[in-house]
Design a protein around this ligand. Structure first.
Ligand SMILES: [Zn+2]
Ligand SMILES: [Zn+2]
Length: 298
């Protein structure tokens, strides 16, 4: 009996190898060879690896925000206006007299932009924490962020998108209170105005819609928006462009690291590189996430 089962397994293995072998050499996939031992370099600024990185972020965004299963509040905090970030008249001088704006392709003065962006991450953290503390003082509690994503405005400086999950009835009031405090404290930290008007700048939507809104431009860019790779090369944006709450990824296990491992597992299943040295439990987790064999390339 045992021998019979063993025979079947051996047969299955052999069948699999035969079926895959002809397409395997040379590997049909065009990959990056700039890394160690001609492997992929995994740099987000690399043309090939950066695309995979952007795809992973899009998938991670969708799976994690979808897993919330409740409505989310979506808001954005913008950079300050012209007083702090003046336009560079030379960029659009050829257009003649006009009111600087998005439609003309006007850009913020380079020096002002560099100065404002230099400590953007730090200032944002301070503003966010101050607004959270103020909310806690006023309402007794505050809402944790589900996700945060930085994106440049067309004039140059970055703005940040915020997603809050609304689990309990009073949660929307907490978000409104938080945004009111962000608005109050924003000038102190050289930020502009966060909209708090429901339906306009504060929008309620499903987690999936929020993920779609934030990630549409990631891989291909959209409506003139730069791709996530281009944003990764943008020196005026924070290095951590996107952040998803660990509370979410702990449940879904869809992290950038695990998505990379799903791809590794796929390669192992395709008999490309040697098997990784993961612990049994880690292997089980990745297999669970990647799905049963044969799996499509992620
Ligand atoms: Zn690469
Ligand atoms: Zn202009």
């Amino acid at each position: 009996m045992v021998l019979g089962v063993l025979g079947l397994v051996v047969q299955a293995m052999r069948g699999r190898a035969e079926r895959i072998a002809p397409t395997l050499a040379p590997p049909s996939r065009e990959g990056c060879t700039r890394g160690w031992q001609r492997g992929s370099c995994k740099k987000r600024t690399c043309e090939i690896c950066g695309l995979t990185w952007a795809r992973d972020w899009r998938r991670g965004m969708f799976e994690n925000l979808k897993s919330l299963g409740v409505e989310v509040a979506f808001a954005s905090v913008t950079p300050p206006g012209q007083a702090e970030l003046p336009y560079d008249g030379r960029v659009c001088a050829h257009l003649g007299p006009h009111k600087h704006g998005k439609g003309y392709g006007c850009r913020v003065n380079g020096d002002a932009l560099a100065e404002w962006s230099r400590d953007l991450s730090k200032r944002w953290k301070r503003l966010h924490n101050a607004a959270r503390n103020a909310t806690r003082r006023e309402m007794g509690r505050c809402l944790p962020l589900a996700c945060r994503a930085w994106e440049p405005q067309s004039r140059g400086p970055g703005h940040v998108h915020l997603v809050f999950a609304l689990h309990r009835p009073g949660d929307l009031e907490l978000v409104k209170c938080y945004l009111a405090h962000v608005a109050r404290l924003a000038p102190r930290h050289k930020f502009g105005f966060p909209g708090e008007k429901e339906g306009v700048s504060l929008q309620l939507m499903t987690g999936e819609r929020a993920a779609a809104y934030v990630s549409t431009y990631f891989v291909k860019g959209k409506g003139g928006k730069p791709t996530l790779q281009e944003n990764a090369r943008n020196p005026h944006l924070p290095r951590l462009l996107i952040w998803v709450a660990p509370a979410l990824t702990r449940k879904t296990r869809v992290t950038m690291r695990n998505l990379r491992r799903c791809r590794q597992l796929w390669a192992v299943r395709m008999r490309l590189p040697p098997a990784p040295s993961w612990s049994g439990i880690e292997l089980a987790r990745i297999v669970l996430l990647a799905g049963p064999w044969p799996a499509r390339a992620p």
